[in-house]
Design a protein around this ligand. Structure first.
Ligand SMILES: C=C(O[C@H]1C=CC=C(C(=O)O)[C@@H]1O)C(=O)O
Length: 356
């Protein structure tokens, strides 16, 4: 690895890092996009929008490499970085309130049991190469992030970067691993973790995510559920349950088909997944507000191994703006003020994590 590769990487790149495996997979230079029908040889990346409506979600670059976290950290030292100077607007409460109230109606009318409204904050800045380097270094500095996948994608003018605990799945030959992740409290000295773990509203919200994932994955084979535990991040704590499936035949697994079946889980979408509700529908406004928030982003390493995460807990940018989106699960029992606090604490956690 050298300064030239770092320069190419900062120009345009895809990467995902798995803390458990201590590996970061990176792709740089001359990208080509492909549809589902086209045959490409791994390794390659997958990036769709939340609605899975991209015609060519697969992408293969000329150079693909794998590094450990410490190799990646050394690689980033070839250049000095620069903190982005961002002028933030206020978090958009109006949009969140309207989606929250609409959702409450859908829940009252028994159309939905749960869904995930989000809000966003915009900032004014033009992200340059040295800013990307700053954000990357900050992600790596947060050593407590052993439960989050670091991820990023950018070209000259647009991109995103973050650190997501929301694993959609990993595939290892015939073993598929996913998680239910839902229920949130801030992680601070006054937090009563045991009370949180046993809180009936949190458990119900979490159980809806398990229920939705089980409904989606039943047809693949016998589902093995783990226990529900705490997942502790530096600023937030969630409830997490491991879910494993061994598929009978590896040929039954196809990366994009699996995404179609599982995404969006009720942790970022809704329960039921397919309902008569328009609450989650794709529209021009939704498209522009959401951008790449909660999109499936993955890497197919070879025929036996692939990973896909959801792009939450990050920032995204275009030529002159930057945006942070954050959402939270809402059920019948949810109260607006508490949910709004949760959105704000998630946004603060993202800012802290990226040093902005
Ligand atoms: C949708 C987000 O978080 C999800 C992941 C963990 C906990 C969540 C919750 O408690 O609502 C969300 O389901 C987000 O951070 O934008």
């Amino acid at each position: 690895m050298n300064k030239n590769i770092l320069n190419e990487f900062l120009e345009s790149a895809y990467f995902i890092g798995s803390p458990n495996e201590n590996k970061i997979w990176c792709m740089v230079s001359s990208f080509e996009n492909y549809s589902f029908e086209e045959k490409i040889t791994p390794p390659y990346f997958y990036l769709n929008n939340f609605y899975l409506s991209k015609a060519k979600p697969y992408c293969k670059g000329e150079v693909f490499f794998e590094m450990t976290y410490s190799e990646f950290s050394d690689f980033l030292q070839f250049e000095n970085d620069e903190k982005p100077n961002i002028k933030w607007e206020n978090v958009n409460k109006e949009y969140y309130l309207s989606k929250f109230l609409e959702l409450k109606e859908e829940i009252k009318n028994n159309i939905l049991k749960k869904a995930v409204p989000y809000s966003f904050i915009n900032g004014n800045v033009k992200i340059n190469k040295l800013n990307k380097l700053y954000l990357l270094k900050k992600l790596l500095e947060n050593k407590d992030q052993k439960h989050s996948y670091i991820y990023g994608f950018w070209n000259k003018n647009t991109g995103f970067i973050g650190s997501s605990p929301e694993l959609l799945f990993t595939q290892n030959v015939k073993n598929i691993h996913t998680i239910a992740l839902a229920g949130t409290i801030p992680n601070n000295s006054s937090t009563n973790k045991n009370e949180f773990l046993l809180d009936p509203k949190m458990q119900k919200e979490h159980y809806y995510v398990i229920e939705g994932i089980k409904q989606s994955l039943n047809k693949f084979g016998k589902i093995k559920m783990g226990e529900t535990n705490l997942l502790e991040l530096p600023k937030l704590i969630h409830l997490k349950t491991d879910i494993n499936i061994e598929i009978e035949n590896q040929n039954l697994f196809q990366f994009h088909q699996f995404i179609d079946v599982i995404h969006p889980t009720p942790a970022i979408g809704s329960l039921p997944k397919n309902s008569q509700s328009n609450w989650l529908s794709e529209s021009v406004v939704e498209h522009s507000n959401r951008g790449y928030y909660a999109a499936p982003f993955g890497v197919v390493l070879n025929d036996q191994k692939s990973i896909c995460i959801c792009t939450i807990r990050g920032i995204q940018w275009n030529e002159e703006n930057i945006k942070i989106c954050a959402g939270g699960g809402v059920i019948f029992e949810s109260e607006f003020d508490l949910e709004w606090e949760e959105i704000l604490s998630k946004i603060n956690a993202i800012k802290h994590n990226l040093g902005i």
